[in-house]
Ligand binder design. Structure first.
Ligand SMILES: CCCCC/C=C\C/C=C\C/C=C\C/C=C/CCCC(=O)SCCNC(=O)CCNC(=O)[C@H](O)C(C)(C)COP(=O)(O)OP(=O)(O)OC[C@H]1O[C@@H](n2cnc3c(N)ncnc32)[C@H](O)[C@@H]1OP(=O)(O)O
Length: 179
């Protein structure tokens, strides 16, 4: 198991968005999931995602890909606790129970191990409360990357906009100098 980073937000801290246009957590994204995540004890995060009408797959039910995106995002927020940028390499989901529109999905994510640049993690999504019935389970492999991963591959105009955002730039730089 990796250590909880010294710079990791204290347990109970709302993690906020890593990028305001992110589909998973960005407050500026018009159709995004607006996942709300809070740092837990150790290497854990608690997050909530409210299923809305535009997330439907079947009538009145959440689309499986949307639920997977919410799990991906919640697992991604574990990066804050390790204080390192990492991207999803592999993500496996088990859909255990349908999730209706208007439901809050309570997600608890945790790091389960690390080997070199590979970060292993898992999460459960429950409905009706943080200890309610299990609706979705996920296991992921994230791979640590340098910030160049984003600047090299991202669409140039979006990278420029992100770099011009002082807050985001400082946050990203802090990741780079304190890996
Ligand atoms: C400028 C603004 C920046 C803003 C960002 C700042 C900070 C971010 C900080 C915090 C963020 C907080 C929350 C983030 C929330 C995000 C949630 C969403 C996350 C995503 O949604 S993110 C998008 C989807 N994601 C991708 O877009 C990845 C595309 N992909 C690649 O970019 C490459 O593929 C990469 C980099 C993954 C690897 O490439 P690579 O060349 O660096 O490394 P390599 O291939 O050598 O792999 C190294 C070791 O991982 C093993 N490995 C690799 N892939 C594997 C697989 N699939 N299955 C099993 N093992 C695998 C190898 O087998 C080897 O293992 P070994 O070391 O044992 O040999």
């Amino acid at each position: 198991m990796p250590p909880r980073a010294e710079q990791a937000p204290a347990p109970g801290t709302r993690l906020g968005s890593h990028y305001d246009q992110c589909f998973g957590c960005g407050p500026q994204h018009p159709q995004g999931l607006r996942l709300d995540a809070v740092a837990g004890e150790g290497l854990t995060v608690d997050a909530e995602f409210t299923v809305e009408a535009h997330h439907q797959g079947g009538p009145g039910l959440a689309h499986g890909g949307i639920l997977t995106a919410a799990m991906d995002e919640a697992l991604g927020t574990l990066n804050w606790l390790l204080h390192t940028p990492a991207v999803t390499g592999r993500l496996e989901t088990d859909f255990v129970r349908p999730v209706p529109v208007d439901t809050v999905l309570h997600i608890r994510a945790r790091v389960t191990g690390m080997h070199g640049r590979k970060i292993y993690s898992a999460a459960e999504g429950r409905i009706g409360g943080p200890d309610g019935p299990l609706a979705i389970r996920a296991q992921a492999l994230f791979i640590q990357v340098k910030l160049e991963h984003f600047t090299t591959h991202g669409r140039p105009e979006d990278i420029k906009k992100a770099m011009d955002d002082r807050d985001l730039f400082e946050r990203a730089r802090a990741f780079e100098v304190n890996p």
